[in-house]
Design a protein around this ligand. Structure first.
Ligand code: ZN
Ligand code: ZN
Length: 582
């Protein structure tokens, strides 16, 4: 009797809960839509940058009032969010809930604790948004120019507020702010002039824009002057310090391990990579250095081996065609080995890098934004046309025969492009706006290793079951880069690593050219946490796969694992793990 009452009660309870779930999910979907519209009102420049152009004419003046209203926005949205019970939501909505909550808490923390608006003068720069309005053809030119004009009128007030905010800035960000702000001036001179000539605006409208553009340039110059003359005797260090760094890491990466955990994993991984590289170097040595003794110092031996393998590369004029040829080969290899389903109805459009991106070479994925769903996904491939011989040679040694294959895996198939196709199948505006970069980059880095583990090696053909030692050695070097980026970032910002030690890490232990290492030092001194997203995402995905393997034993299926993993969209790995391990 007693038992049956309990049973009846729980039956009632369960069915009641199930009904509430569907309703709550529907309500939550409505809330998300409303949230995004409010978000764009609060952050108009962000809205423009993702292709939502309703607020193109707005520019937030970064003063106390705007910070107060940002905090009010975040507080109000958190209250609305917390009305939903996390447990009652579907898996995909649970992740969206976490992403929204993280965004709002992160914004509050940035205003109240991080306070970059005081110490990072490079946070103030208007030219990017204006440049986009001129060059990006999302609306008729005259419409874009009228929004341009309305936004332009607020620029002087913007820079006046910026000057009032700056307190004891770092020298590195001050320098960067001067360079970048002055670098953007041409948008309001040459670029605007050309656009005005092509437009059908009235003479009066054109005169007003030209006049406001002059005031805008004066405001930028005055800001740069202000920064140059700043009497800053005790500048703040560019190093973020442990407490702020760990918090920023939690918000930006959303890793299950935390900053210190990821750093420790990177140290351990570096050791394993070095061991693996030495083993390969010893085996390859006679093939490349017949009769010559191997250097005593393992790092020196590995470096010599890498250098001699790097001379195998395509001719400059074959750079583009070689990349294009690899795409169908990658797709076929994945099919034969049952690694992941690739939707044939959404082919990747390979194209020569458009003019405005020229000069960077390499290759990159250009995906349509959340408001341009039907747009093509392009694979932009750079060209080495017009490069002088030395520059081309050094570039091609870096992107040699082996690395070029790994680059294609990372950028295209089954890396970024494949992940994107899957993400679009569970469409969520929240995930496309607030998607987790560590998961996105981590997936691309994970697929590099996964492909090699399954024998991918273009030299050995489609039936290859084992990648060559050269391929593995170059992969190790490539992987060492993201591993050491994480170590560098953590050590520089939380443990005062000196520039000298940083160079030793990058040049001696990660085998980078000194020019590349110098560039990395500049980057770590003006960014924080960003350099960690590749390794942290990669190591979490890899660990999750190994955990699933161990748990499922003989039942584990790699293809199924990949497809399920990607079905949650661009979500933090720790939440995907939660769903997959249920
Ligand atoms: Zn060469
Ligand atoms: Zn990437």
């Amino acid at each position: 009797m007693k038992q049956s009452i309990i049973l009846l009660f729980s039956l009632l309870f369960c069915s009641g809960l199930a009904k509430a779930d569907a309703a709550m999910d529907a309500n939550f979907n409505k809330y998300k839509e409303a949230f995004v519209l409010e978000l764009w009102k609060a952050y108009p420049s962000w809205a423009s940058s993702v292709g939502y152009h309703k607020y193109d004419n707005a520019l937030i003046v970064p003063d106390d009032n705007s910070r107060k209203s940002e905090l009010a926005f975040c507080g109000k949205q958190l209250l609305a969010l917390h009305k939903f019970q996390l447990n009652g939501l579907s898996d995909l909505n649970k992740i969206d809930y976490h992403l929204i909550e993280n965004q709002l808490n992160s914004a509050i923390w940035a205003v109240n604790e991080l306070k970059a608006y005081e110490w990072d003068p490079s946070g103030y720069n208007v030219s990017g948004g204006f440049a986009d309005m001129l060059s990006n053809n999302y609306a008729p030119l005259d419409t874009r120019l009228r929004s341009f004009a309305a936004r332009l009128a607020k620029v002087p007030a913007y820079y006046e507020a910026a000057k009032k905010n700056i307190k004891n800035p770092t020298q590195e960000h001050t320098q960067l702010a001067i360079e970048q702000n002055l670098g953007g001036v041409s948008v309001f001179e040459k670029d605007l002039e050309t656009a005005l000539k092509d437009s059908k605006l009235t003479a009066a409208e054109k005169a007003k824009i030209t006049d406001d553009a002059k005031k805008c340039v004066a405001a930028i110059n005055s800001y740069a002057d202000f920064l140059k003359k700043l009497d800053n005797k005790t500048p703040r260090s560019f190093r973020l310090g442990k407490a702020l760094y760990e918090k920023k890491f939690d918000f930006d990466i959303q890793s299950g391990l935390g900053a210190e955990g990821v750093y420790t994993a990177a140290l351990e991984h570096k050791k394993l990579l070095h061991e693996h590289m030495l083993m390969l170097t010893k085996q390859l040595w006679p093939k490349y250095f017949e009769g010559r003794p191997i250097p005593q110092n393992p790092l020196v031996a590995i470096k010599q081996m890498i250098d001699s393998i790097s001379v195998t590369h395509v001719k400059p004029e074959e750079f583009q065609s070689n990349i294009e040829l690899q795409i169908p080969f990658l797709t076929e290899f994945i099919k034969r080995n049952n690694l992941i389903y690739i939707d044939p109805s959404k082919p990747l459009v390979v194209r020569r890098e458009p003019e405005y991106m020229a000069g960077v070479a390499g290759a990159s994925i250009n995906a349509p934004g959340p408001y341009d769903k039907n747009g093509n996904t392009y694979y932009n491939v750079g060209s080495l046309d017009g490069w002088d011989a030395d520059k081309a040679e050094s570039y091609l040694r870096e992107y040699n025969h082996y690395i070029l294959q790994i680059l294609n895996i990372h950028e295209a198939i089954p890396g970024h492009y494949t992940q994107l196709v899957y993400a679009n199948q569970s469409p969520s505006i929240i995930k496309s706006i607030l998607g987790n970069n560590a998961m996105i980059e981590g997936w691309a880095v994970y697929t590099e290793r996964m492909m090699l583990e399954n024998g991918y090696d273009a030299d050995r053909g489609l039936d290859s079951k084992e990648a060559s030692m050269e391929m593995w050695l170059m992969y190790d070097k490539w992987n060492l880069r993201s591993t050491c980026n994480t170590i560098l970032d953590y050590m520089v910002h939380t443990r005062d690593m000196s520039k000298e030690d940083a160079m030793k890490l990058l040049v001696d232990e990660a085998f980078q050219q000194s020019a590349e290492a110098e560039g990395k030092w500049r980057r770590v001194s003006v960014t924080q946490v960003q350099l960690c997203c590749y390794f942290s995402g990669y190591s979490e995905i890899y660990a999750l796969r190994e955990e699933c393997k161990a748990k499922q034993g003989a039942k584990f299926n790699l293809k199924k694992f990949h497809e399920q993993f990607l079905s949650y969209g661009s979500a933090p790995v720790k939440y995907i793990k939660e769903m997959m391990m249920k």
